[in-house]
Design a protein around this ligand. Sequence first.
Ligand SMILES: O=P(O)(O)OC[C@H]1O[C@H](OP(=O)(O)OP(=O)(O)O)[C@H](O)[C@@H]1O
Ligand code: HPA
Length: 192
Amino acid sequence: MLEKLKKSLEEAPVIQKESEGQIYNYFIHPISDGIPETDPAILEEIADFIIAGGKTGGIDKIVTVEAMGIPIATALSLKTGIPVSIIRKRKYGLDGEVELSQSTGYSKGTLFINGLSAGDRILIVDDVISTGGTLLPLLETLGGMGVDVAGVYCVIGRGAGTDQIKEKTGVDIVVLVDIAVSANGVTVVGGV
Ligand SMILES: O=P(O)(O)OC[C@H]1O[C@H](OP(=O)(O)OP(=O)(O)O)[C@H](O)[C@@H]1O
Ligand code: HPA
């Protein structure tokens, strides 16, 4: 399953990004960066896998984080008819906007939630989970807002984020492909 995705990950180039004195080996792949181009067949395979997981029933909104969760969320939305709500990196100042801090292995920023409120039942999808510095504060913030997270899917998993989030929040993130990344490249180490 997901053989095309796994094969393309093994071929992904890796660059070094420096943040706060630490080097982060950053892989570049169509799903996580849109480079060199995204094969619609892979997006379709991902959406079909998520639908087969059975968690899209009774969902009000598919929720993703700008930018690279958007193609995955859109593919899923087109197949299910469920609307997409996007957590943005831009402040709008609308009533009810909620902001939170995000950190990754190579960046820090602020995320802005609009259009979600208590009682909404959502499915979160994203392209990558690595340190968990995006999803952990997001899950905590959504919990505080009374939003009901029915499931979380990340296409590519690397690093300790998935396990740390499970420990801290009890949320089981479904990762489709687990990888290890070094300066020499990407190795697929597990997945569905
Ligand atoms: O587990 P973490 O260490 O937080 O890494 C995962 C996050 O990193 C990427 O987001 P980024 O903010 O780089 O945005 P992008 O989608 O525009 O690449 C990715 O889309 C995840 O949201
Ligand atoms: O290494 C990475 N590559 C692309 N996107 C990412 N998001 C977190 N880590 C990465």
